[in-house]
Write a protein that binds this ligand. Structure first.
Ligand SMILES: Cc1cc2nc3c(=O)[nH]c(=O)nc-3n(C[C@H](O)[C@H](O)[C@H](O)COP(=O)(O)OP(=O)(O)OC[C@H]3O[C@@H](n4cnc5c(N)ncnc54)[C@H](O)[C@@H]3O)c2cc1C
Length: 560
């Protein structure tokens, strides 16, 4: 088996044509449908075991659920209440692995769980529950939970309701940028030789004479052209859409998906000056997170049945009111109103249907379905467990392919495989020193220290590639009056991260439409113009991109 990394086409939007030709001309060992975290993880595992691997995504990478989560790499404390001990243990252990391989997109986040008289968790159950949680996840001694008095709890977070407060549990979780985590996994898979492309939709499955699936009929969503992609094994990792693919295969039987919607609202820190991430009780018995991030505070989530189009689940007045009520109950001095929310997002959980269970009670476990045609479907699960899920699916692929005389293929290597940008020599502690070092390099290019540090934190060990672009774009940035930091990130996205449409950059490569709407209001025209010049877009295209971003901004109450 040859594990050496193949030289690949640059992962640049300008090279789409070559990627399309590659997809339609080779027969791959594995073709993955879906470029969320699940599909990305499988592509990375498969390619690093020596399989020729392709991945297609009908929207942008992570545009489905994988950019719409609570953005935590967590074991799911609340699942202990449902006695899902094995899942909590497995996913909990994965947290440290994700952090170790990608400290630039994952960071430890201390979480405060306030305990109230008459609340879901008492002092004793919280203490035992968190201890058990740490034990299951194999948490390091210095990161194990501590129990706090009411006074200590309020010192950590003065905004909390005082009435009935008994104390708090203080324990560690990890915060991530879900979309950037996904893109770093995709980039790593591409670095290792996989062919991955966004805006390519599977529209039908192809079969051999024995009725075994051996590829897909796909459409390039940018040009409308059809292409056939051939593969020995096809994996359906289409998240909320997995049943649509099973439907194409005529194998949507037995267990099916149940979609539930989750909404988050974002507030400026000036209006919601939360110091500390908080996991709190909601009067209806659910739990909610409030998390500070980049000068903002986000709060969520709801959990309601959903039957519409998963690509734009939308946010209703009831969703907003539910979150506001819960936040105002827990942080009563704030008096938050709907006008205070500067942005919001909603996503749908692809859960496996279990009769008689309410949305919050349905298991978050993943499951693999194999159809008579050989189609492999992976559904359910969590962002946090993506690597382990990928390992299980790829083990199955190895068994199937070797049974057919392919291979040999290696064993799983992703446990200790840094993601793209996460190459800190196996030591997360090196990240801070690296950011410091790179800040000076960025300043030499004319960036401020703050800008250079921000870029180094976002791109990790890929940041020299971002800084290298500054000299190229400097003059144009001045002419267009666009900050160097923003322009360099955009160019890097277009050249190295298959950033194809303005929203790819504004939502998934930078997170700005969620966490920095002011900046988006100020620069969205320049972003569209820069991309239009590079991609030779027509006036009609430009108008439609402008309209799309303006609609999103006006939904967020921005005056343009
Ligand atoms: C509100 C909310 C909060 C959550 N919070 C957390 C959290 O904090 N931590 C955590 O670990 N997990 C969390 N989760 C769960 C986690 O986000 C999901 O389990 C995970 O993102 C699912 O990833 P996926 O790749 O399976 O699905 P997706 O990300 O939806 O990816 C599937 C992809 O397949 C593509 N696709 C569909 N059909 C086709 C086709 N025909 N051709 C090509 N491509 C296709 C879609 O466009 C989509 O991008 C949360 C989920 C929600 C909804």
């Amino acid at each position: 088996m040859n594990r050496s990394v193949k030289k690949n086409i640059a992962f640049s939007a300008a090279r789409r044509g070559e990627w399309i030709r590659k997809l339609s001309s080779e027969t791959f060992d594995v073709l993955v449908i879906g470029g969320g975290i699940t599909g990305a993880g499988i592509a990375l595992d498969a390619v690093t075991r020596g399989m020729s691997t392709a991945l297609i995504e009908m929207q942008d990478f992570a545009a489905g659920t994988s950019s719409r989560s609570t953005k935590l790499v967590h074991g799911g404390l609340r699942y202990l209440k449902q006695f899902e001990v094995k899942m909590v243990a497995e996913v909990g252990k994965e947290r440290a692995i994700v952090y170790g391989n990608a400290p630039h997109v994952t960071m430890p986040e201390w979480m405060l769980l306030p305990i109230y008289r008459g609340g879901t968790f008492g002092r004793f159950t919280t203490s035992v529950g968190l201890k058990f949680y740490d034990y299951l996840a194999g948490v390091r001694r210095e990161e194990r939970r501590t129990m706090l008095s009411a006074r200590e709890t309020l010192e950590r977070e003065p905004l909390l309701r005082r009435d009935g407060l008994l104390g708090g549990g203080y324990y560690v979780e990890y915060r991530t940028d879900d979309a950037r985590l996904t893109i770093e996994v995709v980039k790593k898979a591409v670095e290792q030789g996989a062919a991955a492309l966004n805006y390519v939709r599977a529209e039908g499955l192809l079969y051999d004479g024995q009725g075994q699936v051996n590829g897909v009929e796909a459409r390039d969503m940018r040009t409308g052209e059809k292409l056939s992609i051939r593969a020995r094994k096809v994996v359906n990792a289409a998240g909320p859409w997995v049943d649509q693919i099973r439907e194409m295969d005529g194998s949507r039987r037995g267990k099916t998906l149940r979609l539930t919607k989750g909404v988050h609202l974002v507030f400026d820190q000036k209006r919601f000056p939360l110091r500390q991430a908080v996991y709190f009780d909601v009067p209806d018995g659910r739990m909610m997170f409030a998390i500070p991030r980049d000068g903002k505070t986000y709060v969520g989530t709801t959990d309601t049945d959903f039957a519409g189009d998963p690509s734009e689940p939308g946010v209703t007045t009831e969703d907003r009111e539910y979150i506001l009520r819960a936040a105002n109950e827990m942080f009563p001095t704030l008096g938050l109103t709907v006008q205070d929310a500067e942005s919001e997002w909603s996503g749908v959980r692809p859960l496996i249907y279990e009769e008689g269970k309410s949305p919050s009670e349905i298991s978050r476990k993943d499951e693999i379905f194999q159809s008579p045609s050989g189609l492999i479907t992976i559904a359910g699960g969590k962002l946090t467990g993506y690597r382990k899920m990928a390992e299980t699916v790829t083990d199955l692929l190895v068994r199937k392919l070797t049974g057919e005389g392919r291979g040999p293929f290696g064993s799983c290597v992703t446990r200790n495989l840094p993601l793209s940008g996460g190459d800190f020599g196996g030591s997360t502690a090196r990240m801070e020193a690296y950011v410091e070092e790179q800040a000076s390099a960025g300043m030499e290019q004319g960036l401020t220290r703050e800008e250079a540090e921000r870029l180094a934190r976002r791109y990790g060990t890929n940041v020299p590639g971002v800084f290298a672009l500054v000299s190229e774009i400097r003059e144009d940035a001045l002419r267009r009056k666009v900050p160097l930091e923003l322009y360099a990130a955009l160019r890097y996205g277009m050249d190295e991260e298959m950033c194809t449409l303005p929203e790819d950059f504004l939502v998934r490569r930078s997170g700005a439409l969620f966490f920095d709407v002011d900046r988006v209001s100020k620069y969205y025209r320049s972003v569209i113009d820069i991309m239009a010049d590079a991609n030779h877009w027509s006036e009609d295209d430009i108008r439609s991109f402008v309209r799309s971003i303006e609609t999103k901004l006006s939904e967020r109450g921005r005056r343009l």
